[in-house]
Design a protein around this ligand. Sequence first.
Ligand SMILES: CC(C)(COP(=O)(O)OP(=O)(O)OC[C@H]1O[C@@H](n2cnc3c(N)ncnc32)[C@H](O)[C@@H]1OP(=O)(O)O)[C@@H](O)C(=O)NCCC(=O)NCCS
Length: 194
Amino acid sequence: MVEIPYPLTTERLVLRRFAAGDLDAYYAYQQLPATARYLLNEARSYTECMGRIAMYVDAPFEQEGHWASFAIERAGAPGLVGEIALKWSAGGTSGDGVSPERVGEIGWTLAPQAQGLGIATEAARSVLELAMDGFGFHRVEARLDARNSASAAICERLGMRREGVLRDNMYLKGEWTSEAIYAVVRKPPAAGGA
Ligand SMILES: CC(C)(COP(=O)(O)OP(=O)(O)OC[C@H]1O[C@@H](n2cnc3c(N)ncnc32)[C@H](O)[C@@H]1OP(=O)(O)O)[C@@H](O)C(=O)NCCC(=O)NCCS
């Protein structure tokens, strides 16, 4: 069991566990085609949103395949404005066994009224630090539609390295599109170091 130290706080934000009361604010941005434009899912219905909030409220973070979800609030202004998700990905295995370090994937979504202020970058930086320094992840990647320049800009601001583009590997909303992969990887200790 990995304990998620909710809430994380940053200069302007509080990243807390999702709560049942987030449903309306969550639906308000998840129902928008613009939100889903570059995502694998379509715009979500109210019923779908109910199911997802119910899942987020006490989702375990215990093994590969599990997600940690962070509801983003602006400090001093309660109310959901977006989310960061950290997946504990499958991986970290080799012929010699299972690595003691984990690998993960991070993603972000903001309500339209919260965009353009650096909120996703600030929130993602905090979750990335938790993953690398708190949970000891070896690698965290972001996989995005290569046309999603706003998301790519977040990766760049976070110092994630653009590792490559998988050309036309997704068929999304009626057209082929490419996937860009960014990652941050833990550096090995310096040779001869303590
Ligand atoms: C991807 C998404 C979260 C990006 O939102 P965003 O508002 O551009 O990202 P940030 O919160 O980091 O804000 C960055 C913007 O704020 C500006 N900004 C203002 N103050 C800032 C600050 N203190 N720090 C950083 N950026 C700041 C930046 O210049 C940038 O604006 P620009 O794009 O005009 O240059 C948003 O487009 C979204 O939710 N999309 C739908 C879901 C989605 O596609 N998710 C990604 C899946 S891979």
